[in-house]
Ligand binder design. Structure first.
Ligand code: IPM
Ligand code: MN
Length: 379
């Protein structure tokens, strides 16, 4: 143990070795609908990776979600955030229940955890795996391979606003897009670092790492003026090696369909990131495969498949667990288990490339648990 032997002044161990045998404490929030089913397959794959790569996962289940809310009348227990802070990461299935009015669980659980734990980055890779059908004609895995860094703590999603004269013909509703320099700058710095480390040059897929800012400077002349100035100031000063591009969000949607190969790493505001990543997910084969991480680089991060709870498929063992499995791989990467994360991603690619017929629920050619087995066996 380095602690016990510190008087010997041994040199610091390299990262990889200091992780050997390490235990990561994971809070598991299966949530609603098919969430628990996909998370169960994710856990199976994560445990297979843990035993192969010599680390341990200590997982604790929480019952947060629609059923608990309907039973208790409480969206989250008062201790939830303090409890979650005791873990190294959170693994989430899905939030959204057909018997609960839209917004209650989404705002009260998902957004609340993101904000309270200051998970200010939402990292959403858009990657087409081998053997997966894309609706983009003629595009292959080389063309669809970029990452969206969505700001996840501010903007128009924080609930600043209100309604007055409700129910009258003169009713007024306001919802404000508010950003401060601090929020914008920390997001941009994360995105520049990410582009430097994982951009196309870093991955041997191009001769430059590019960060593209997605905004709307031609209309939202206050908020995106701030974003654009911060982008160029921070970039010129501290990330001169990263190429900077700017794209309007509407044009970005067009190019995501027409020429996704132009993109490398994109950074954008909360709302634009929410919208463009659903489009991105569809181009990579749909919600069955798209994963994301809600990241606080200095705190507790939460990983989730980005699709919803798909209540109509609940309990049928037909939902695709690959997005949850990929979210688990992202979680391991953030916990410093990069080799295990890569092994899971390769196993997923082998399964999409050689086994699964379609990524859609009920059309995979395998059940949910069989897909979990196929990946776990290959890790
Ligand atoms: C997402 C979802 C959430 C969001 C909703 C459910 C609050 O659409 O994770 O993209 O808007 O962030
Ligand atoms: Mn969304």
């Amino acid at each position: 143990m380095p602690g016990e032997m510190s008087h010997l002044k041994l040199p610091a161990l390299p990262d990889r070795e200091s992780n050997m045998g390490k235990t990561h404490k994971i809070a598991v929030l299966g949530g609603d609908g098919t969430g628990p089913e996909v998370v169960a397959e994710g856990k199976k794959v994560l445990q297979a990776a843990a035993s192969k790569f010599d680390f341990k996962l200590d997982m604790t289940d929480f019952d947060f979600g629609g059923d608990r809310y309907l039973r208790t009348g409480e969206v989250l227990p008062a201790s939830a955030i303090e409890d979650l802070k005791q873990f190294d990461a959170i693994y989430l299935g899905a939030i959204g229940h057909p018997d609960v009015k839209p917004g209650i669980l989404e705002k009260g659980i998902l957004l609340y955890i993101r904000f309270e734990l200051d998970q200010y980055i939402n990292l959403r890779p858009v990657r087409l795996y081998p053997g997966v059908d894309t609706p983009l004609k003629g595009k292959t895995p080389e063309h669809i391979d970029y990452v969206v860094v969505r700001e996840n703590s501010g903007g128009i999603y924080t609930g600043t606003g209100g309604i007055s004269m409700k129910g009258t013909p003169h009713e007024v509703a306001v919802q404000s897009m508010v950003y401060n320099r601090f929020q914008v700058e920390r997001c941009l710095r994360y995105a520049f670092d990410y582009a430097r480390k994982h951009g196309k040059k870093a991955r041997g897929k191009g001769d430059v790492n590019t960060l593209g800012l997605v905004g709307k400077t031609n209309v939202l002349t206050y908020v995106f003026d701030l974003w654009e100035r911060a982008f160029h100031e921070v970039g010129a000063k501290d990330y001169a090696d990263v190429n900077r591009e700017y794209y309007h969000v509407d044009a970005t949607c067009m190019w995501m369909v027409k020429s996704p190969e132009w993109f490398d790493v994109l950074v954008t505001s909360n709302m634009f990131g929410d919208i463009i990543t659903d489009l991105g997910a569809e181009t990579q084969g749909g919600m069955g495969i798209a994963a994301g991480g809600n990241i606080n680089p200095d705190g507790v991060s939460m990983f989730e498949p980005i699709g919803g709870s798909a209540p109509k498929y609940t309990g049928q063992n037909i939902i695709n667990p690959l997005a949850a499995i990929c979210a688990g791989a992202m979680m391991l990467e953030t916990l410093g288990e990069e080799t295990a994360a890569e092994a899971i991603e390769s196993a997923v690619m082998e399964v999409t490339g050689t086994k699964i017929k379609s990524l859609s629920a009920g059309r995979m050619g395998y059940s949910t648990s069989e897909v979990g087995d196929l990946v776990a066996e290959r890790v």
